[in-house]
Every structure is written in C-alpha cells, then in structure tokens.
Ligand binder design. Structure first.
Ligand code: NDP
Ligand code: PYC
Length: 352
C-alpha cells in the first residue's frame, strides 16, 4: 500500500521542527503523507484540509495529532482510502449516502450539491452510513451556514462512554455540531462531544502527563477519576450533565446507527485490524433554510443577532465558536507551531 515518501514531506517536517508552518504548508504535508499511505488524491485533499482546519481552529484533539492514527488505520486495511461514495436522492428532502467504508467527509463532500438543492426548498436530511469519522464536526456544518442555511449534525463513534448509571462503556463520545448564518460575519457554530471530554483530549492529557480538571470518567473499577490513563486503560468516559447528556448521547446513537443503517458505537469491532483506531459508524445531517420556517417577510438573522445582543447585555462575554475563530485568525497570521511529538509521529508515517 505504501509508496516512496513524497520528497516534499521530509522538507516540510524539517521546517515544522524549526518554525511554524503556514496553513497551506500544513495541508501540503498532511496531503502528501495521506497520499503516500493509501489515499486517493481526492480523499487525501479532503482529509488533509479537514485535519489542518481543526489544528488551525485550535481543536488540537482532532488536528495534526490524528494524522498518525489515520495512517495506522489506513495501513490496517480497516478503512478504504480510495473509496468512492454512492449518493442517492431518497426523497424530496432526504439524501442517502454510502461512504463505502471510506471517510465521512468525502461522502459529505459528494452529497453536498444535492443537499444544497434540496435544502433551498426548505429542508434536507443526510443519512450517511458505512463511514469513518475522526474529525471535528464543526467543519461539517460551518460551510452550510456560510451558504445561508441552518445545519445540525451528529456522529456516533466507538464504545468509550458509560451510560448514566452504568460502569461499562456503550456509547461513543458522539458529538453534536450546530451552525447558523450571521450578518456580515462567520457563522455561529457550536461543536461538542456529548461526553465530559473527547477521547482525543483525554489522550492528549495522558501523553502530556496532565491530571484532568474534574473527574471526567471512571476507572476500571467504576470509580470516578481525574487520571486520563485510568480512563483509557479499561475505564470509561461519562456523559456530560449526567442523565441529561446521556439521553442526548443515546439520541445520537439512534440517529447515526438505527436511522442511517449503521452500527451502534458498542458494535464497532476492529479487533481483526491491528492498528485501526477510527470508528466505522454513521452520521446524520439536517439542513434548514432559515427563511422557509418564518416566511419571506421576516429576517432570521436579525432575530438571532438580537438574541446574541441580549445575551451580551446579560453578561455573556463570548459565544461558542469565538475561541475557534480567534485561533483561526492567529493561525493565518502566525502559522501553525506543531508540537515536536506530533512532528515526530508524522515522521514515523514515512516508515514502510
Ligand atoms: P469543547 O468542550 O472544547 O467545546 C464545546 C463547545 O463549547 C464549543 O463550541 C466551544 O466553543 C464552546 N465553549 C467552550 N467554552 C465556552 C465558554 N466558556 N463559553 C461559551 N462557549 C464555550 O469541545 P469538546 O471537547 O466537547 O469537542 C472537541 C472536538 O472534538 C469537537 O470538534 C468535536 O466535534 C470533536 N469530536 C469528534 C468526535 C468524532 O467522533 N469525530 C467525537 C468527539 C468529539 P469554542 O470552540 O469557541 O471554544
Ligand atoms: O475524540 O472522542 C473523540 C473521537 C472519537 C472518534 C473521533 N474522535
């Protein structure tokens, strides 16, 4: 599966050791690594942009740190880096997509023209199955809000969250992302795991030897713990907000497995593929045309801007998504300083 490394890779890795890379250079690096490890040109381009966008936005749990995991999973044969998704209109407001054991973002890209066409009429729903998601979900919804639509998406993953009242992991970290257009500025976006923390952040804390700020999970005996290693070592994360977050996580399982025809997180089994890390699950995306709900005379954007102003008057000092946009601006200005450990992990992706 592996080809000789692209000659640009060692140069960019050496540069990353010394100084920040521009966003474009980081995309070039990630794309070359993925292309050298079994991805088609289209897939490598989509995934590298996605992964670097997470890094750029300061979502380090799903940024360049994940490249080595992508590569290990590609090499294991669990995911098909050359899959060509199949997209079909399954109704006037329903698009069904089969990622064909490839990456979700690639299938979403293929489904986007049809989704936009349907959503202009009022609503469109994407039911995506047979897909692997290892990224930040904000990036799946934000482009639709840039086109003037409201977007809501959910993804399930692999068993790592104990339902409220249980000590065995059943749910995934099951994120939800929502985006809505704003007037003259980047869309409003929130994006959150339905667990106390994402698995990616727990892994980063474990690598850096950090104790968690609060008990985000349980150890193998079921006791609450702030030790990230205890969570990862046969323990579990827990849902945010106790039984309330657990219900939302359960909803994500239903929407991403039962609805789309995929697997529940607890059914994902890649034990036959040593090295695999990326769950094969499902995704649901709902798009709404904001004007369709209110009628043409009313202005959706004015209404939400008024709400944000009201929140600001009440003392809210920042909206969800503002840290992400500030990180994006910083990355455009200063480039991306990549942690030495992650540069080294990317270098290991050149070993054949
Ligand atoms: P965070 O807890 O860091 O943030 C969740 C949301 O809350 C963000 O929209 C964030 O905005 C907002 N927020 C945080 N602090 C504040 C505040 N003080 N006031 C207002 N809003 C705030 O995210 P998670 O750790 O839960 O998730 C991180 C990433 O992991 C996400 O991108 C998610 O999609 C991804 N993930 C992916 C999975 C997958 O299966 N692919 C599984 C689980 C997670 P801001 O970003 O601006 O800080
Ligand atoms: O960080 O929890 C996570 C995660 C699961 C799948 C992809 N990311």
């Amino acid at each position: 599966m592996n080809h000789l490394p692209d000659s640009t890779i060692p140069d960019l890795l050496a540069k990353a050791d010394r100084e920040p890379l521009s966003v474009a250079e980081a995309v070039e690096l990630a794309e070359a690594i993925l292309s050298s490890n079994g991805c088609s040109a289209d897939v490598a381009a989509i995934l590298s942009r996605n992964c670097v966008a997470a890094e750029r936005d300061g979502t380090f749990s799903h940024g360049l740190f994940r490249i080595a995991g992508y590569v290990r999973t590609l090499r294991s044969g669990w995911v098909d880096g050359r899959a060509v998704p199949v997209v079909e209109a399954a109704g006037p407001a329903l698009v069904r997509a089969d990622a064909c054991n490839g990456f979700s973002q690639v299938a979403l890209d293929a489904a986007t023209p049809l989704l936009l066409e349907q959503a202009r009429a009022g609503v469109a729903v994407l039911a995506l199955r047979n897909s692997h998601h290892f990224g930040a979900l904000a990036l799946d919804v934000e482009p639709f809000a840039e086109q003037g639509l409201i977007a809501l998406s959910v993804v399930n993953s692999m068993r790592q969250v104990a339902p409220f009242g249980a000590t065995t992991p059943i749910f995934g970290t099951n994120p939800i992302a929502f985006a809505a257009p704003r007037r003259g500025r980047a869309p409003f976006v929130f994006d959150l795991a339905t667990s106390t923390m994402s698995n990616g952040d727990v892994q980063l804390a474990a690598r850096e030897g950090r104790t968690l700020d609060e008990p985000a999970g349980i150890d193998r005996q079921g006791a609450a713990t702030v030790d990230p290693r205890a969570i990862l070592d046969s323990g579990a994360l827990v849902p945010f907000g106790r039984h309330k977050g657990a219900s939302i996580s359960l909803m994500v399982e239903i929407l991403c497995a039962a609805f789309v025809g995929g697997q529940f997180s607890h059914e994902v089994d890649f034990t036959g593929f040593p090295g695999a890390e990326i769950p094969k699950t499902g995704q649901t995306l709902i798009l709404l045309n904001p004007q369709a709900g209110r009628g043409p005379e009313a202005d959706f954007v004015s209404r939400i801007e008024a709400l944000f102003e009201c929140m600001e008057d009440a003392g809210v000092d920042r909206l969800p998504g503002e840290r992400r946009l500030a990180a994006r601006d910083r990355a455009a200005r200063d480039g991306l300083r990549i942690a030495a450990e992650h540069v080294q992990a990317m270098r290991s992706c050149l070993d054949v």
